[in-house]
Design a protein around this ligand. Structure first.
Ligand code: NAD
Length: 352
C-alpha cells in the first residue's frame, strides 16, 4: 500500500509517530510518503497566518493528515483571529471533519493512575465517544443585545436530519469494528433537537440490527461515566454534549498524554491527533509522553487505510512497552523505569 500523509507537526510534538510508522512500513511492506507543513504558531512565525492556503490544499490532496498540537505562550497575546488554534479550526472546517472519534482506554498497567475507585476500574474502561463536530449550537445563529430592557444573549441549537444520520452511521459502523454496542446520548426529555436526534438514531438502529442499541440522557451519562464506565462501548452524541463528555471521559484513564483521536470527513480523508495540547511547560525538553501521538497513528492505519492488523501491532507494541515497566514522567510510578520522550518512541518502534 502506498499512501500520502500530510504531517502538521505544530508547536511541540516530536517525530515519534513517524518513527513508529516507518517500522510498520518496513515490517508490512507499505510505503508512506510524508509532506510536512506548518500549522499554529510555527505557521504564524513563517507566514503570518496560523494555516496557509497551500497547507490546506496539501491536506486535501493527501490520503490522511497527522497532527501534533498547536499553541504556546509565545502566541498567547496576538489578535484572537490569528491565534494558533484558529489554524486547527480552519483545517477542520475546510476538510469537512464532522465526526470526532475519541477513545478512552484504561491501560491495566496504569490503572492506579485513574481518579476513579479501583473497585470501579477493575472491569476495565474501553469506550469510544463519537462526537458530531460541525453542527448544533456552536455553529447556530447567535444574538447578543438587549431584550425587555436588559442585556440578552442567545445561541440557537439546530440539526438537519442528514447531519444526525451521517454521524449515526459513523457510530454504528465503528461499533461493528468494536464490541457491537451503541449508546446514543441526548436530552430528549426536554429538547426538540434531541427528539429528532433520537428518531433518526432509532431508524439507524433498525438498519444495524447486529449492533445493540440504547438511548441515554446526557446528565445520566455524565454520572454513569464515573459510576460504571465499563458498560459503554460506542457513545454517539451531538457537538456540545460530546465536547463535555469527551473531556470528562479523557480524565478517567488519568493520563492525557496517552489519548489519541480522529476527526473524519465524508470522504475517507481524516485528521489524526493526540487530544492534548502543545504542553508548553515541558515542550522542547524531551519529557512529553509520545504515546497519544503514536496511538493516533494507529487510529489512522485503522480508519483511514483499513490496516487493522498494523494498527493492532502498534497497540500491542505500546502495551508491551508499558508491560516492560517503561514510563514517561506523566505516568511514572514507583518501581517503574523513567524514560524520555524519544526513548519511549524508540522502545515502541523496537517492540514492533
Ligand atoms: P495541554 O494539553 O498542552 O497541557 C495540560 C497539562 O498536561 C500540562 O501539564 C502538560 O504538561 C500535560 N501534558 C499535555 N500533553 C502531555 C504529554 N504528551 N505528555 C506529558 N504531559 C502532557 O493543555 P493546556 O496547557 O491547556 O494548553 C497548552 C496550549 O495548547 C494552549 O496554547 C492551548 O490552546 C493549546 N491546545 C491545543 C490543542 C490542540 O492542538 N489540539 C488542544 C488543547 C490545547
Amino acid at each position: 500500500m502506498e499512501k500520502k500523509i500530510t504531517v502538521l507537526k505544530g508547536d511541540g510534538i516530536g517525530p515519534e509517530a513517524i518513527k513508529t510508522l516507518a517500522q510498520i512500513a518496513k515490517k508490512y511492506g507499505h510505503r508512506f510518503l510524508y509532506t510536512e507543513a506548518a500549522i499554529g504558531g510555527a505557521a504564524i512565525d513563517r507566514y503570518g497566518v496560523p494555516v496557509s492556503e497551500e497547507t490546506l490544499a496539501l491536506c486535501k490532496n493527501s490520503d490522511s493528515v497527522l497532527l501534533g498540537a498547536v499553541g504556546g505562550h509565545k502566541w498567547d497575546c496576538i489578535d484572537p483571529d490569528k491565534r494558533p488554534e484558529k489554524g486547527l479550526l480552519k483545517v477542520r472546517k475546510s476538510l469537512g471533519l464532522f465526526a470526532n472519534l475519541r477513545p478512552t482506554k484504561l491501560f491495566p498497567q496504569l490503572a492506579a493512575g485513574s481518579p476513579l475507585r479501583q473497585a470501579t476500574v477493575k472491569n476495565g474502561i474501553d469506550l469510544l465517544i463519537v462526537r458530531e463536530l460541525t453542527g448544533s449550537i456552536y455553529y447556530g445563529e447567535r444574538f447578543t443585545g438587549e431584550k425587555n430592557g436588559e442585556r440578552y444573549a442567545s445561541d440557537l441549537m439546530g440539526y438537519g436530519e442528514h447531519e444526525i444520520e451521517r454521524i449515526g452511521r459513523v457510530a454504528f459502523e465503528t461499533a461493528r469494528k468494536r464490541r457491537h454496542k451503541v449508546t446514543s446520548v441526548d436530552k430528549a426529555n426536554v429538547l426538540d433537537t434531541s427528539k429528532l436526534w433520537r428518531a433518526v438514531m432509532h431508524e439507524l438502529a433498525a438498519e444495524f440490527s447486529d449492533v445493540a442499541y440504547e438511548d441515554a440522557l446526557v446528565d445520566s451519562t455524565a454520572m454513569q461515566l464515573i459510576n460504571d464506565p465499563s458498560r459503554f462501548d460506542v457513545i454517539v452524541t451531538e457537538n456540545m454534549f460530546g465536547d463535555i463528555l469527551s473531556d470528562e471521559a479523557s480524565m478517567l484513564s488519568g493520563s492525557l498524554g496517552m489519548m489519541p483521536s480522529a476527526s473524519l470527513s465524508e470522504s475517507k480523508l481524516g485528521m489524526y491527533e493526540p487530544i492534548h495540547g502543545s504542553a508548553p511547560n515541558i515542550a522542547g525538553k524531551n519529557l512529553a509522553n509520545p504515546l497519544g501521538t503514536i496511538l493516533s497513528a494507529a487510529m489512522m492505519l485503522r480508519y483511514a487505510f483499513d490496516l487493522e492488523k498494523e494498527a493492532k501491532a502498534i497497540e500491542a507494541a505500546v502495551d508491551k512497552t508499558l508491560d516492560d515497566g517503561y514510563r514517561t514522567g506523566d505516568i511514572m510510578s514507583e518501581g517503574m523505569k523513567k524514560v524520555s520522550c524519544s526513548e519511549m518512541g524508540d522502545l515502541v518502534a523496537a517492540n514492533l
